[in-house]
Design a protein. Structure first.
Length: 324
């Protein structure tokens, strides 16, 4: 037996219960991983609420670090005792231990501790594909990144600074503005007090930006389109304020032959080669200090309900880690 956060129904944070669950042995191509730290991400809320459907009973969570305790048949690239981290499906990271396909695991180098490993994989690899593959950000580019003081936002500010790009970031408070600036954001916009579209156009002398990265969704989507230069790309990779619906494609033409994409980490890292490249690029920048992983808060895994309440209340900054 082990303990995990389990839901028998979808809904609010109160649906998550800390209880005993059975854990079998790993099958072929699998490993039993004893978690030492678990990452919290907004995608966990989408599964908890049923926005992203999953079978019940459900243990959510897509990111963790831990130690391999047992290996199934046919596993040759890992050994018992390896420190590993992962991000992505299958869901189920909110647990003391679990069975994982080894194809999803990445060995952590000695230079990266377990809490950092649990905090960096999903948000860091999301940043990697957003800035290097969804839109190839280059030196001299100016980009708009919503929620610049959030988990992905702080990774993106640092990665973009490393590239030599200028980041315009929206934030919810002066405290978050200072945090974003400390991590490489050049211009911060207090979106509750300022018209972010007007500020973006002022900063860019009316030209707009070639790409907008938006994990907020419904509340920012339409005005973000007006921040784009002609043939610009709107990257909608989350919906913390609610999903974007009812988009009239003709608007994209009227606003400058714009592009819109809704990418996901699971698609961008669908193959082992893609996963290893993405994780390798991330670990190099974290390992050499180019990117510092900001763990803004920690909670015991048994207090996942409180963590979700704080996340949805926009009370968190940077990455959040559960201790196990």
């Amino acid at each position: 037996m082990t303990k995990a956060i389990v839901q028998t129904e979808v809904g609010g944070p109160e649906t998550m219960k800390w209880q005993d669950v059975e854990l079998g042995s790993p099958g072929r191509g699998e490993a039993k991983v004893r978690h030492t730290a678990v990452g919290l991400n907004f995608i966990d809320v989408y599964f908890r609420t049923g926005l992203y459907p999953a079978p019940l009973p459900l243990t959510t969570g897509m990111e963790a670090a831990g130690v391999i305790e047992e290996l199934g048949e046919g596993v040759t690239d890992f050994k018992v005792g390896d420190r590993v981290a992962y991000a992505g499906r299958p869901v189920g990271a909110y647990s003391e231990a679990r069975i994982m396909p080894v194809d999803n695991l990445i060995v952590l180098p000695d230079s990266i501790d377990d809490k950092t490993g649990a905090a960096m994989m999903l948000q860091g690899m999301t940043t990697e594909y957003l800035l290097q593959r969804t839109f190839h950000v280059k030196q001299g580019d100016t980009i708009l990144f919503h929620a610049a003081a959030g988990g992905v936002g702080l990774f993106a500010c640092q990665w973009a600074r490393h590239i030599g790009a200028t980041v315009i970031g929206t934030v919810g408070s002066e405290e978050k503005a200072e945090l974003a600036k400390a991590h490489g954001c050049t211009h911060t916009i207090l979106y509750r007090e300022e018209d972010f579209q007007k500020r973006v156009m002022d900063i860019t002398d009316g030209k707009g930006v070639p790409v907008v990265y938006d994990a907020i969704g419904k509340d920012t989507f339409e005005k973000s389109l007006d921040c784009l230069s002609p043939r610009g790309l709107m990257v909608s990779f989350g919906n913390s304020s609610g999903p974007v619906t009812g988009v009239d494609l003709a608007i994209l033409g009227a606003k400058g032959s714009l592009y819109v994409t809704r990418p996901s980490l699971m698609v961008y890292n669908a193959t082992r080669k893609e996963l290893e490249k993405s994780a390798g690029d991330l670990m190099k920048l974290v390992g050499d200090g180019t990117i510092k992983v900001n763990i803004g808060q920690t909670y015991p895994l048994s207090e996942a309900r409180k963590a979700h309440e704080d996340l949805e209340g926009r009370k968190t900054t940077g990455s959040t880690v559960f201790t196990v």
